[in-house]
Ligand binder design. Structure first.
Ligand SMILES: [Zn+2]
Length: 404
């Protein structure tokens, strides 16, 4: 029996999705050799009543965002994705106002600013905000989004025409306060666009590397629909996205809006139902998939390739869970290459593996490179195609372990 209650409906949480035990916080790198990382229980459960998949040990966001290392600007795929979204929204709209929650390094807002839109951003990571280029068109609130902040924003700036949040609705531990705040930002005319890592492909594909402390929640449309409805909002359209190993974009309006619900939304709700999103068995199958994958990748890295020089690419959050769950250290992976200068020579959380500048690949000449952000593997393989010169190969960990 457990006393832990669902963050949304307060029903007792009894069904385990995974229990990875002690895992360090992702994106939390250290400078010294042999550092110790504080590790926290990473346990995910599903609520039988409202189907919200959630972490049971919510690390305070201040610990996570104190020194945040993720910058949107480093991924070409992400920049292209943002550009497409900006084009979609701004093609028939001039001089509008946009509010982005989780604006990071302003990658998206800078694009809107170029279209002469006025921009408001909310971003808690102070180290990121400090390094952002000054732009008088962009007003940043360097704090966590909350019900309180939503009121301040409306008082000062009025309603925005668009409210955008990419990979942010799963990152607020107090889900009720966050959605109450979100609801405050809507009037009968404006539109919200939110993208999040979609639960269904994760469950079906067994992509446990997308589970980490920063993600307090893992949403399906079925479950998010319930949450939004409670706060007087509704999803009127959806779009499936390939980004981040399967994401979903939802278009949101106030519940009383006259905008009609699209066929696509209803189709996806039906599809989720047929896929067993409301059956506990589906979540149990996920657990089995995770165990099988762990066994196979461990065998490859710790036995089969033991005598080879193996490195990894992409010191991102995704790799954090994977490498720590498998208990990989420098005896298995020599170093992790990364493009970001912020991370150069730092130690990857919990593993003791150093992060190396990309330029060192040609010197080190690894036999194998494990691509951690496998969702953008095409971009990475293209960038690193020169490893073929010494017959280097890539290991792609998901959807199926593959050597190319
Ligand atoms: Zn619940």
């Amino acid at each position: 029996m457990t006393n832990i209650k669902c963050s949304f409906c307060k029903n007792p949480l009894r069904t385990d999705l995974v229990n990875f035990k002690k895992i360090p916080i992702a994106n939390y790198y250290k400078k010294i050799i042999n550092p110790t990382f504080t590790k926290y229980n990473l346990q995910i459960k599903v609520c039988k009543k409202c189907l919200l998949v959630q972490s049971t040990n919510k690390i305070h966001p201040k610990k996570i965002y104190k020194n945040y290392f993720y910058k949107s600007n480093y991924s070409k795929t992400w920049k292209k994705h943002c550009k497409k979204l900006v084009e979609e929204i701004s093609s028939n709209n001039k001089n509008k106002k946009v509010l982005e929650i989780g604006s990071n390094d302003n990658t998206l807002l800078e694009m809107f600013s170029q279209k002469k839109w006025s921009c408001i951003g909310v971003e808690p990571a102070t180290n990121i905000v400090k390094t952002n280029k000054k732009n008088k068109n962009i007003k940043i609130y360097n704090e966590f989004f909350s019900k309180k902040l939503s009121k301040n924003i409306i008082d000062k700036h009025g309603y925005s025409d668009y409210i955008i949040g990419t990979n942010v609705i799963a990152h607020a531990p107090d889900i009720c306060d966050f959605f109450k705040g979100l609801s405050n930002l809507f009037n009968s005319k404006n539109v919200g666009i939110f993208e999040f890592q979609y639960l269904l492909p994760m469950i079906r594909g067994g992509f446990y590397d997308t589970i980490y402390h920063e993600h307090y929640f893992y949403h399906s449309l079925t479950n998010l629909n319930k949450i939004l409805n409670k706060y007087d909002l509704k999803v009127y359209n959806i779009k499936k996205l390939d980004i981040h190993s399967g994401s979903l974009r939802i278009y949101v309006v106030k519940k009383n809006s006259e905008i009609k619900t699209s066929v696509q939304k209803n189709k996806l709700l039906n599809y989720e139902y047929k896929s067993g999103i409301n059956k506990i068995k589906t979540y149990k199958l996920f657990k089995e998939k995770v165990e099988k994958h762990k066994k196979d990748l461990n065998f490859l890295l710790k036995n089969k390739l033991k005598k080879n020089l193996v490195c990894a690419y992409g010191a991102a959050a995704k790799g954090n869970t994977l490498l720590n769950v498998l208990q990989i250290n420098q005896t298995h992976i020599e170093c992790i290459f990364d493009k970001s200068n912020l991370k150069n020579k730092l130690i990857f959380p919990g593993t003791g593996i150093p992060i190396a500048n990309l330029s060192l690949i040609k010197k080190i000449k690894p036999d194998y490179i494990l691509i951690l952000p496998w969702n953008i593997q095409k971009e990475i393989r293209d960038e690193l195609k020169f490893i073929k010169e010494w017959n280097g190969k890539f290991i792609i960990p998901f959807p199926k372990i593959k050597i190319i």
